[in-house]
Design a protein. Structure first.
Length: 91
């Protein structure tokens, strides 16, 4: 992570998913738009790739993380709203 960065979000598989350095510089390593149905579709469609990348239980490992999608939705929406405000988008 860059010097002076503040960590805002992490997970078991990616310790640095969201950070900021100041009010205008953010680093993002996740899909803010993902909901449960999209996550499940990705796992189903990309099971072979996932298991190659994460091992033969890779897709099962990701399925165990499904509970965090709904829990993090509010935080992701707040983040997007702040980002849109900073960029001057109207709601």
């Amino acid at each position: 992570m860059p010097d002076k960065a503040e960590l805002l979000a992490s997970s078991e598989d990616c310790l640095e998913q969201l950070f900021h350095i100041n009010d205008f510089s953010y680093g993002i390593q996740f899909h803010v738009e993902v909901e449960e149905n999209v996550f499940l579709k990705w796992i189903k469609e990309d099971k072979e790739f996932i298991n190659i990348a994460l091992g033969h239980e890779g897709s099962n490992h990701l399925l165990k993380q499904i509970k965090y999608i709904d829990e993090s939705l509010r935080s992701r929406i707040l983040f997007l709203n702040k980002l849109f405000d900073l960029l001057g988008f109207k709601k």
